[in-house]
Design a protein around this ligand. Sequence first.
Ligand code: ZN
Length: 279
Amino acid sequence: MKIGFNEATALKCKGQSLTADLEACEKYGYDYIEIRFDCVKDYLKEHTLDELALWFKNHKLKPWAYNTLIFFNLRDAAGVKEIDDEIDFIIKVSNAIGMKMLITVPSFDVGPLSIEQVQKEAVTRLSYIADKVAPHGIRVSLEFCGCPNCSINQFGTAYDVVKAVNKDNVGITLDTFHFHAMDSHWEDLEKAEGKKIFAYHLNDSENLPIGSMLDDKRLWPGEGCLDHDRTLRILKKIGFDGVCTIEEFRPEYYELSHDDNVRIAKEKTVALISKYYDL
Ligand code: ZN
């Protein structure tokens, strides 16, 4: 397993920027970074994509995924245009720096639609997005969100969409917080193919009632109520061996120095994952 850092983890730490994240991730020996849409847009106000490409060329750290193409489904005409423009931007960034994946999250508060209606439309939209990025060798990973008002909020629902799209460059993001937060079913993860899990977001959670968890209740992996042992045993069994990316949004962790945040995130990730996988 390789280890990644998602920029949400240190997002509000003093001194955070894409440049600061890159340097700290290299210092602490991460393999990959998941680049946030807002961080790269900030970066480009004062830098160029060529500079970013050069940075990666001269360091061991590599870009893993663009995080995220938000609200890809159930959009009106203006929203579809926004998504198209954003994908064009993602392709430009990805081609410049050799990044090969975009993660996309579903829309929220879409009104009273059945799961089948949402899935049918999501299959059409994901297929379209996948075809648009395929000529650039880019994969698309669907990340369901464990919130009651998210249009796709359980692993099984998202995985059915991915299966129905049936394209090599479309897979799923398993975010352990989201998996727990809407009580996704273990059997659905057991039935999944390891190669279809494109991204694995690691974190933990305070023990709150299902359907009430918000991202700021995330904890360092191993410090909350999530059953990581079960997740990791299943992941091994279904043949997953990709990148494990830590992703936190916790205000207390933003109070840490940027350097401590990135260092601790790596230590917590390695402490947990190394019990199951060679790093
Ligand atoms: Zn995530």
